[in-house]
Design a protein around this ligand. Structure first.
Ligand code: SF4
Length: 342
């Protein structure tokens, strides 16, 4: 590794080893761990380098997706230690939305200019709860994923919203089925540390959080060319090394398949809802949209509303004829952002 170059954001005297950041070369694990341990003196330089990297790929713009949050069911077969979304059947607030409720939420969001219907739900609750199997039987579906697929299709047919499902682990077959009714989908990798499944840790009693299974789903999406959102969780008992390993695993998958459109928090505000609360993190409500615009512009960026699928991933959706491509085409402007309502 060489010393700081003229274009490096790193002051030579402070951090000569960090100079590779300015060169665009891939970060090593060792370097990434050192950066995450940066002290206050280094932090402004680190933020400057992050901003410079963001500007190289997304100059002048911060995006967000105006979305309506559709919590299809908060029953879940996993028990993640930090989760405040999930419920057991019979718990106060336990709920599976009916098709009418899904459509009503989507229509309200449509009126408020939303473009994304974010489907969040617990992972395969019918495997654990007879009550969920009864609900699905009453609704006429074999599994939660069958019901999700039908609700994505309903929203696609009846509204101008584009579905973005987050149903937990998916097989290749399910990724293919859902990709016919949604232009993008997501699964948080969360962590690559399988040790968090040990007794008493965050993923104790959460079989779907085995990192190898989640990596397999993200890889399967990559092989199918599905635009994919993922990310990591901070503060669940992981180490600095775990955070780095998780990010590097995502980088590795993207290097191989080119399908990761978003790693939650970098150059995008994520999903912002003018209608429904954030059911996953209700203690951190979304900022008001106008405030978001003012604060983004105060930092010298333009705020752009995007679709659930990022602009650079639109061509692979538009190439497939059918209702989904028609809806995406109708929703996108010439740059691939959300078309403004007339
Ligand atoms: S899988 Fe998701 S919904 Fe289920 S407990 Fe874990 S974080 Fe909550």
């Amino acid at each position: 590794m060489t010393g700081a170059t003229e274009t490096s954001p790193w002051p030579k005297a402070l951090t000569p080893d960090f100079s590779a950041l300015g060169s665009g070369a891939p970060l090593s694990r060792e370097m990434a761990c050192r950066l995450l341990r940066s002290d206050d003196e280094i932090l402004p330089h680190l933020l400057g380098a992050a901003r410079a990297a963001k500007e190289r790929f997304k100059p002048g713009v911060i995006t967000y997706s105006r979305k309506v949050f559709i919590p299809l069911t908060n029953l879940c077969r996993d028990y993640c230690g930090y989760c405040i979304f999930r419920r057991d059947p019979g718990d106060p607030g336990a709920r599976t939305l009916s098709p009418e409720e899904v459509l009503e939420l989507a229509r309200q969001g449509e009126k408020l200019g939303c473009r994304e219907a974010l489907f969040s739900l617990g992972d395969k609750p019918e495997l654990l709860f007879g009550e969920m199997r009864d609900t699905l039987r009453r609704l006429g579906y074999k599994s939660t994923l069958h019901y999700l697929e039908a609700m994505c299709e309903l929203v696609l047919q009846e509204t101008a919203l584009l579905p973005h499902p987050n149903p937990g682990l998916m097989s290749t077959g399910w990724i293919l089925r859902l990709s016919a009714v949604s232009p993008s989908m997501g699964l948080m990798l969360e962590t690559t540390n399988a040790g968090l499944l040990r007794s008493g840790a965050a993923h104790d009693n959460a079989p779907d959080k085995l990192p190898a299974k989640r990596l397999r789903t993200i890889e399967a999406a990559g092989k199918q060319g599905v635009p994919f959102t993922t990310g990591l969780l901070i503060g669940i008992g992981e180490t600095i090394e775990d955070r780095v390993d998780t990010l590097l695993a995502i980088r590795d998958l993207h290097d191989r398949y080119g399908h990761i459109q978003e790693i939650i928090v970098i150059n995008d505000w994520g999903g912002v809802s003018p209608l429904t609360p954030d059911f996953i993190n209700p203690e951190k409500p979304w900022p008001h949209l106008e405030q978001l615009r003012l604060r983004t512009e105060a930092k010298g960026f333009k705020l752009e509303q995007r679709l659930p699928v990022y602009p650079e991933f639109l061509p692979r959706i538009l190439d497939r004829p059918g209702l989904l491509a028609d809806r995406v085409r109708a929703s996108a402007d010439s740059q691939g952002y959300a078309r403004r309502a007339a």
